[in-house]
Design a protein around this ligand. Structure first.
Ligand SMILES: C[S@@+](CC[C@H](N)C(=O)[O-])C[C@H]1O[C@@H](n2cnc3c(N)ncnc32)[C@H](O)[C@@H]1O
Length: 331
């Protein structure tokens, strides 16, 4: 097992955070949710009765993993935003049954999660080469070591955290260097009754609220800041025009927040909101269009009877002229 630390640039991260906090509404990029505590809270959220996406996606993987393994013939599984990689085992088992599996590459910004999942999976699959990458999937795909045929997976509807134009740019970044025989598996949350979606982000146990507020602790650590998380209320609602959930933190009372490493002092009004996450909900045709614009053609579409969640298996569209390499000797 090997772990590689990508060259995450703390200076650029702080500059991006500062710029986001100065937007209106003020914003904190969602990837700051995932320190160790944030990743643990997210894992706990995935087990809540209201949080249907993980159960629905797991069931789809269980039902279709063997078909996916046969269709792709993949020897290497690359997982973007791998987190705890709990669902990954379903695919690893199927790829192992298909007899081709050699390598697993989990990539995540959370070093703690990459280490933990890489260690657990290397122990559970002794024959498997595990190469963990602590990296940003917007910038560091070139850190992925060579190896094919490949299946690249992006689960948990993490793509929903990107605005539509960002999602297409992100897909192009994945598609360009892929070989014609490579596949991409994308998990997406589907449009459904608003009450069902909103309940998933407003659980009765208050874990999502805690997860949301935890982002302020991460920012405090990064920026030497003095946000008081308990002085913010959690708010999550479905925006039907954009078809996305917005998660916000609402200031309880006017407050001054000092962030010395960002050279920034925020004067927040009572009720002022910080946007911490969007989570887009899709329909199949939108996913197909987004994949096409990103350089993929949809090969298979899997969904459940209730149309809660979708899994799109796509091929790199070889008619696209661009090419490149994920492994340009950076590491
Ligand atoms: C919604 S969770 C999904 C985790 C897991 N894939 C699942 O399906 O349960 C999103 C994951 O993406 C990671 N992540 C978010 N932004 C990232 C980025 N820019 N680069 C790499 N990983 C990122 C987070 O650390 C987190 O583990």
């Amino acid at each position: 097992m090997e772990i590689t630390l990508g060259d995450l640039d703390p200076g650029a991260e702080l500059a991006e955070l500062r710029a986001a906090l100065l937007e209106r509404p003020r914003r904190i990029p969602s990837r700051y949710f995932y320190d160790r505590r944030g990743s643990e809270l997210f894992e706990a959220i995935t087990e809540l009765p209201e949080y249907y996406p993980t159960r629905a996606e797991t069931a789809l993987l269980e039902a279709h993993a063997d078909e996916i393994a046969r269709a792709t013939g993949a020897e290497e599984l690359v997982e973007l935003g791998s987190g705890a990689a709990s669902k990954t085992r379903i695919l690893l088992d199927a790829l192992a049954r298909a007899g081709n599996l050699r390598t697993y590459v989990p990539l995540d910004v959370s070093e703690a999660m990459v280490r933990r999942s890489a260690e657990e999976l290397a122990a559970a699959y002794p024959e498997l080469t595990v190469h963990g990458l602590v990296a940003d999937f917007h910038h560091h795909l070139d850190h992925i070591p060579p190896g094919e045929p490949r299946l690249v997976i992006f689960l948990g509807s993490t793509i929903g955290n990107l605005r539509p134009a960002e999602a297409v740019a992100f897909l192009r970044g994945i598609a360009a260097p892929m070989a014609p025989g490579d596949f991409f598996l994308l998990g997406v949350d589907l449009v459904k009754e608003t009450a069902v979606i909103e309940a998933a982000y407003n659980d009765a146990a208050g874990l999502t609220a805690e997860f949301n507020r935890n982002i302020l602790r991460v920012v405090n650590r990064l920026a030497g800041g003095d946000f008081e998380p308990d002085r913010f209320a959690h708010r999550a609602f479905f925006d039907p025009a954009n078809r996305w959930i917005e998660m916000r933190l609402v200031a309880r009372g006017a407050q001054t927040v000092r962030l010395p490493k960002l050279d920034l002092t925020l004067e927040l009004a009572d009720g002022e909101e910080l946007l911490t996450e969007i989570s887009c909900k899709y329909e199949r045709r939108q996913v197909e269009r987004m994949l096409a614009r990103g350089g993929f053609s949809l090969d298979r579409w899997f969904t459940d009877d209730e149309r809660l969640f979708g899994l799109a298996l796509a091929r790199h569209d070889a008619s696209r002229p661009e090419g490149g390499s994920w492994h340009q000797g950076t590491i």
